[in-house]
Design a protein around this ligand. Structure first.
Ligand code: SF4
Length: 349
């Protein structure tokens, strides 16, 4: 199978793009920063003549990553504090996240898990998998497990099979979410053989959790990869990260959400950017995000509408960021504002 070649350094990038001063000044020799990694097929989506191209902004680093503003940290969701084993994060009673590997097909400049992603720790060892699986077995309140990282599909089919087997042999009822950027970043990795292997574990559902941030990422290949899961009974849900000058306008998000739905991918979350070090230049203010949310609610159907959400700092959990449509209570009636600015009342009891 032909796999992508990757762009992995500033000189590589400079040979293909005219870099801005901010891009040239990114210090890649500092080992604490997320290394550059862009699959060539994803890079080809960039318009080289547009310095603010939305694909470029997701993957080409700038000197602004050197700026750490107050409140930012490398572990904004306090995952280290919630580590149940070396690779298992247990933050909510009903679900846990297993860090299958630190490797990704692509390094996204806003990655919230940059304390771990691309740190050369490699795939979970057999012992780490067993340790996590034993923990999940001993905690029946965990009904859902997220296979995440990194990207689980950087692992071979054989390794993935052993990993799924370790959990499902102990907990046949465990719902597994496959969290991946592969359909956007390395769609050729998704093969019929991979899907057939996953389908052999048929005691509980799998869900595919994709991440598409802009409509241009929905290429023919990306949609073919996603359809392979859906056609084989694995529903697809998309998590978009709200990013400044990438997708922070209603037209772009409306197009993305409608295109996702038209391709049987449910727009699930629109995430507010986490307070991860060096990402302030990509974050949108919550005030602007709420305005976008209200505008999308006017334009999109319920099915196409993602939930705008914030993962609270220090492991506080996810909360929805939705305006209240209840304005007041008067004479035994609740007065609501419609999404279009009119008013309607409903009995208070
Ligand atoms: S693919 Fe996911 S884990 Fe990897 S860098 Fe991008 S956001 Fe982070």
């Amino acid at each position: 199978m032909n796999r992508d070649v990757f762009i992995t350094s500033l000189p590589d990038l400079a040979s293909k793009l005219t870099l801005s001063e901010e891009e040239k000044d990114f210090d890649e020799s500092d080992g604490t920063r997320l290394p550059i990694k862009i699959p060539s097929s994803f890079f080809d989506l960039i318009d080289p003549d547009d310095p603010f191209d939305p694909i470029r902004r997701q993957v080409v680093p700038t000197v602004f990553e050197h700026v750490e503003v107050e409140g930012e940290t490398l572990d904004p969701l306090a995952e280290k504090r919630h580590a149940a084993t070396s690779r298992l994060i247990h933050r909510y009673s009903g679900r846990a996240a297993f860090l299958a590997t630190d490797r990704c097909f692509i390094h996204c400049r806003y990655c919230f898990r940059r304390r771990f992603t691309g740190t050369f720790q490699g795939p979970a060892t057999k012992e780490e998998i067993e340790q996590a699986a034993r923990y999940v077995e001993g905690h029946p309140s965990i009904t859902e497990l997220l296979f995440t990282g990194g990207d689980l599909f950087t692992l071979s089919d054989a390794r993935l099979e052993a990993m799924i087997e370790a959990f499902r042999s102990r907990r046949p009822d465990l719902i597994i979410r496959l969290c991946t950027r592969a359909p956007a970043a390395e769609p050729r990795r998704i093969t019929p053989a991979l899907i057939s292997m996953i389908k052999t574990f048929d005691t509980a559902p799998f869900f595919l959790m994709t991440q598409f941030n802009h409509g241009r990422e929905l290429t023919k290949e990306a949609l073919r990869a996603t359809a392979l899961f859906i056609d084989n009974g694995i529903p697809a849900m998309n998590q978009t990260v709200l990013l400044k000058r990438v997708n922070d306008d209603a037209d772009t998000l409306e197009r993305l959400c409608n295109a996702l739905l038209a391709n049987r991918i449910k727009p699930y979350y629109l995430f507010q950017g986490d307070l991860v070090s060096g990402t302030a230049h990509l974050r949108v203010s919550i005030e602007d995000g709420m305005k976008l949310e209200a505008e999308l609610r006017r334009r999109l159907s319920g099915l196409a509408m993602p939930l705008y959400a914030l993962d609270l700092p220090e492991g506080g959990g996810k909360i929805p960021l939705v305006s209240s449509y209840l304005e007041k209570q008067k004479d035994g009636a609740l007065i609501f504002r419609t999404p279009y600015g009119e008013h309607r009342s409903y009995p208070a009891d």
